[in-house]
Design a binder for this molecule. Structure first.
Ligand code: CMC
Length: 416
């Protein structure tokens, strides 16, 4: 597989996505309640508008993802994680000098403070779910930063760049510790994506593998007002510090309805075992009313453009790797079955998490590390949106409709 072939696939995926169009689907009717005035409540804040932004847009009807006006297909073909992070943070593509300065800054922050290795050696950090290990050690980074409590915009911006660099290093070290390996220094001669693969797998990736990791980091970097971005922004809106807000983002991303789905998809594919069992497996999941991981989306009512890119790229990997070949055949079968049965009726299609894990598995990465890779990318979106909102910060403070009792009487414990 060559980089040219990868780019050909991205262009083909962009063409397929451009042909696709779906009818607008209305949100379910809001529940109307009389409290204390007439209000509308949509479960899960569906359709609620939290703020204005210039960072990124998810066109859920037509299956498009845009960062600062740039289409995700175009960025996947031409950009890398460093450039995309700059774009998200600063609203424009860097020129050569700006790119060099930003890249040097990221590299300058790549090594971890030596004290963090004491935290990484803790038994619980080695054995816990790696997302738990990630938020513990991210919190430690904050504890070790004497200036973490300075919530001025300039200081939070500097911390943002530090975290964009260091979350990847933490992910690399956690991956090694889980395999019983000693920590390794990040390689400053490598770009961001290549260094992440190097730290996680122990070997320097070839050009195509680096490109695939860059695509994965680009495509996960931002995605509208998703649960973890909103969580991070809510935490920061109280003027908490950037480290704490990013820890909040990581905790939200961990769940299987959000970033945690990529890990669960792999377990499901392994459980299915062979393509001929996919139909029966899905029938059972339907009967049990189980959600199929890697399918459906609150905003996309069309095929997720990120899945459009990942699917054909997994096909490349499948050609040279029999294990991926089998898992990919199962995935394709499940994709076809669910699009056929749920696509028209419920607008349920594969999302980003359905194929991404197969890309990482093809790189030899442990399944439990898939969601931490998501975090190593989404850190750019979290920090960009926190910094954008911080410029004109206002505390997030919605209300809930109280449906409980209002005149309960206190009865002494011995009389209850
Ligand atoms: N499998 C089966 N049915 C589904 C699925 C699914 N994956 N997703 C939605 N549905 C059905 C659901 O059962 C419901 O049906 P009905 O109206 O008959 O009760 C209907 O579609 C609406 O579902 P919902 O749960 O109210 O939709 P939502 O907007 O709250 O959920 C979602 C969005 C992503 C949480 C959901 O689609 C889901 O749980 N998917 C599986 C987990 C997953 O893949 N998450 C990753 C999301 S994309 C990456 C990211 O943001 O992290």
């Amino acid at each position: 597989m060559s980089v040219n072939e990868i780019n050909d696939k991205i262009r083909e995926a962009a063409k397929v996505a451009a042909q696709y169009h779906t009818d607008n689907v209305g949100a379910p009717a809001a529940t109307r309640l009389e409290w204390p005035v007439a209000v509308s409540v949509n479960k899960g804040l569906e359709g609620a508008i939290a703020c204005e932004t210039k960072i990124g847009y998810v066109d859920g009807v037509n299956g498009r993802l845009v960062y600062r006006g740039h289409d995700s297909f175009e960025l996947s073909e031409h950009s890398n994680f460093e450039e995309t992070s700059y774009l998200l943070l600063y609203g424009k593509m860097p020129n050569a000098a700006e790119y060099k300065a930003f890249d040097e800054k990221l590299k300058g922050y790549r090594k971890l403070p030596h004290e963090i290795y004491d935290a990484l050696k803790l038994g619980a950090v080695k054995t816990a779910h790696p997302m738990t290990s990630l938020y513990i050690t991210t919190g430690m980074l904050g504890a070790l930063d004497q200036k973490s409590e300075d919530v001025s915009w300039q200081n939070q911006e500097e911390i943002a760049i530090r975290l964009i660099s260091r979350i990847s290093t933490l992910v690399g070290e956690i991956a090694r510790l889980r395999k019983g390996l000693e920590p390794v220094e990040p390689d400053l001669s490598l770009g961001h994506a290549a260094n992440l693969v190097y730290m996680m797998t122990g070997s320097k990736p070839d050009e195509a593998t680096t490109k695939l990791m860059d695509i994965a980091l680009i495509l996960h970097a931002d995605h509208g007002m998703n649960a973890s971005t909103f969580t991070a922004m809510v935490a920061n809106s109280s003027l908490s510090d950037m480290y704490s807000s990013v820890v909040a983002g990581i905790t939200s991303l961990k769940g299987s309805l959000h970033g945690g789905a990529n890990e669960k998809v792999l377990y499901d594919l392994e459980e299915i075992g062979t393509p001929d069992k996919a139909e029966e497996w899905f029938k059972k999941a339907r009967e049990e009313k189980r959600k199929v991981m890697g399918f459906g989306h609150r905003v996309y009512k069309a095929y997720d453009p990120r899945a459009r890119i990942f699917g054909p790229l997994v096909e490349f990997m499948a050609r040279r790797n029999p294990e991926i070949n089998n898992l990919y055949s199962i995935a394709k079968k499940l994709d076809a079955i669910i699009c056929e049965q749920f696509g028209k009726e419920k607008k349920i299609f594969p999302n980003v998490d359905f194929y991404s894990g197969l890309i990482y598995r093809g790189m030899g990465i442990e399944t439990a590390m898939f969601t931490p890779i998501f975090a190593a990318s989404r850190i750019s979106g979290w920090t960009a949106r926190i910094l954008e909102y911080l410029k004109e910060n206002r505390l997030f403070r919605p209300r809930a409709v109280y449906t409980g009792e209002t005149k309960a009487e206190y009865i002494p414990i011995d009389k209850r």
